[in-house]
Every structure is written in C-alpha cells, then in structure tokens.
Design a protein around this ligand. Sequence first.
Ligand code: LLP
Length: 415
Amino acid sequence: MSKFPRSTKFSAEKLIELAEIYNSPFWAYDGDIIKTKVDQLKNFDVIRYAQKACSNINILRLMKSLGTKIDSVSPGEIERALNAGFQAGTAENEIVFTADVIDNETCKRALELKIPINCGSIDMLKVLGTKKAEGHPVWIRINPGFGQGHSQKTNTGGENSKHGIWYEDLPEALAVIKQNKLKLIGFHMHIGSGLFSKNFDRTCDAMAELVIKCDVDIEAISAGGGIPIAYKENENDVDINNYYELWNAARKKIEEHFGHSITLEIEPGRFLVAESGILVTKVLAIKQMGGKKYALINSGFNDLMRPAMYGSYHHITVLDDTEDRVMEEIVIAGHLCESGDMFTQGEGGIVQLRLLPKLHVGDYLIFHDVGAYGASMSSNYNSWPLLPEILFIDGETKLIRRKQTIHDLMHLEQI
Ligand code: LLP
C-alpha cells in the first residue's frame, strides 16, 4: 500500500454524488482495501479481527467471507459476531470473548454458546469457577510488565495499564484454572495499540519466555493486535513479513519446548480497516480569530473522536480541488459546543494549524484513514445522530447503516 492517502478509491464525482444522496457527513469504506490488508496477514494461522475497530455487521460479514475469525469484548459484540455468521460452539472457535472482567449475564451467554473466554484477571477465572464451567475453554491474557501504544491511553501493558494478568501472577492464575477444571487453550499478549517496531522482539521474547516458564501445555498463542498504520505521508508501513518472522520464532521455541505444533493467532483491528475508511464532511463557516483562521465543519468529536481523545493526526483533503488555490494554514474545528472539538490538535489538546488549499464555505473535506475507531467510537453527544455508513465493494456502493434519526434517539427515553 504505497499511495498516500490510501482511502481514495472513490472518485471525487462519486463522493459528491454520495454527498448529495446521503447528505454529508458520512463514513465510506473501501472493501477492496480490507481484502488487501487481510491478505497481507495470511502467514498467521488465525487472523482474529478485533471488531471494536469497526463493528458494522456488514464489515464483519466481509471479514467472515475473507476467512478471519473474530474477537468480541462485550455482549453486544458477541451478538454482532453471531449475526454476521460467525459460529459459536464448534471446534473452530470462531468467536472469542476477551475482557478483564465479566458480569453474570455475559458469563452465562458465553458459557451457553461455548465461546472461549480470554481472561484478563484472576477474579474473572474465579467467576467461571462459580458457574460450573468445567472443561470450558479459556485463554490467559498476560500483562508482561511493559507496554506501549501510539498514546499513553492505548498502552495496555505495564503497571500504568489495567489490562491482563500480571506476569508474576501467572502461577496463581494457572492454579485457579486447574482447581476449576477449566481448559487452557493458550496465552495471549496485547501490549498496546499502535506499537513501535522496536518493541516487537521484546514482546515475542516475553511470550516465549513466560509460556516456557509456566510449563503448562497449550494449543495456541496470540500476538494480540497493535500493528500500526502510516497516518502521515512520511511514516512507514510495518514490515509485516518481519513481524510474522519474529512471532514465528517465538512460536517455534514454544513448539520445541512442548514437542508439538502451536497455532499462532493475531488479533488486529486498525491494520485491517483503518485505511479503508473516510469521513466526508462540509465546511459551514470560516472565521479569523486573532492570528488564527478556523474552518468549522458539520461534524465533531461525536463522529470522529480520535483527534480530541488522543491528539491523533488524520490526513485531510479538499474534495473538489479543481480550482488552483493558494495554500494556507488553518484550524479545522467541529460543530459541538465544546472547545476541545478540534480535528487538528496534538496530544494534550494543543491547537494545531494544518496547511490546506484555501477553504471556502461549502467545500467538502475528507478525513482519511478513519476506518478503525472512527464510527465505532462515535457518540450522540449534543444529540447528534450517528452517521450513515457506505461500503464500496466489487464495483458496487452499498448503504450499510442508515443515518440514525433524532426520533431514534428520543424513542429510548419515552416514559
Ligand atoms: N486485542 C485487544 C485485546 C485489544 O484491546 C485491542 C485494542 C486489539 C486487539 C486491536 O488493536 P489494534 O490492532 O486495533 O491496535 N481507540 C484507540 C485504539 C484502542 C484499542 C483498544 N484495544 C484508537 O483510536 O487508536
């Protein structure tokens, strides 16, 4: 995937046509990009899609058709997986439930569906012990004592993270598994989202070392998710073959130790879907505030939360850029009644200027690489409805989620 930005499969004419039909703002995904990304991971035995990145059931159906399995982190995500056709209760273990805590209802549902449970706390294993879950398949999610993400908020390892079972507590976790006669399938390690490649070897080494030290036989290991994508033009894509080789080497050490083959799983979200998605918005006002110029658009962090939440960068382009425009620096801000509602900001909320062709009211602005943690993190803040989602696949354009209405919102609140 070299061309930048990647998510430009839709022509400007097509997007303007869609903007007229569905009224901006809207999300659009390019299914062919998703296919390419799944294909890039085919060396791994199992690609388990982390649906939290983009959980529209039509995207899940696409993943299923491409041969991935699926991770669910809530009862809602379990039902989405089932709805999309992933099978529960078969030897294939198509659906796994991953969490650090489990409530009674979710536990009951996972047990009746015979869905393997990936446990991120010893108390979670103990809950299973109270539910007559003998023989139920479980994974252990290890916190190896270090972690890293593109932001501190996406770091899921080390003592500043709440995730996983602390590596020194593994003997206790294994004792609870034994005592409750649960069936241990494997060990899982997800140390953060948006990893730097300098941490790849360290994670693989930690997995091999800890599994061998525990010396309890397993069927599989999971590398978790975390593979970054290049959000900026000067960033490089991860060398996926190298990433696979590091994990394969860890798997081989474990295989040698136990004397049998071990399945190698990977659990990506962002890597598979980020580059497929765009958000199409419109400029509604332009104003000069002292030394800074602002463009205010018809969307906000209710739709795309990543810039406000993590200071994340999303590439922005002007849709109908036929005019020869001068470039100028401008802040792109949203429509919410909230000062932090800015799409161009750094971590900690520092306002940033973006160099863009001179904007006019009525211009369509495209946010790129929003297929992961875009629509799935949207909210109804300020009572804005959720946006429509469109999927472009096999030459066809399909509406895969209609726009939520204000009636939909208020309907839940009737007395
Ligand atoms: N597996 C587990 C257990 C996870 O917690 C996550 C992400 C993944 C897999 C997938 O990680 P990925 O391959 O997408 O990096 N909202 C943030 C990302 C939070 C990720 C949470 N867990 C963002 O917008 O960057």
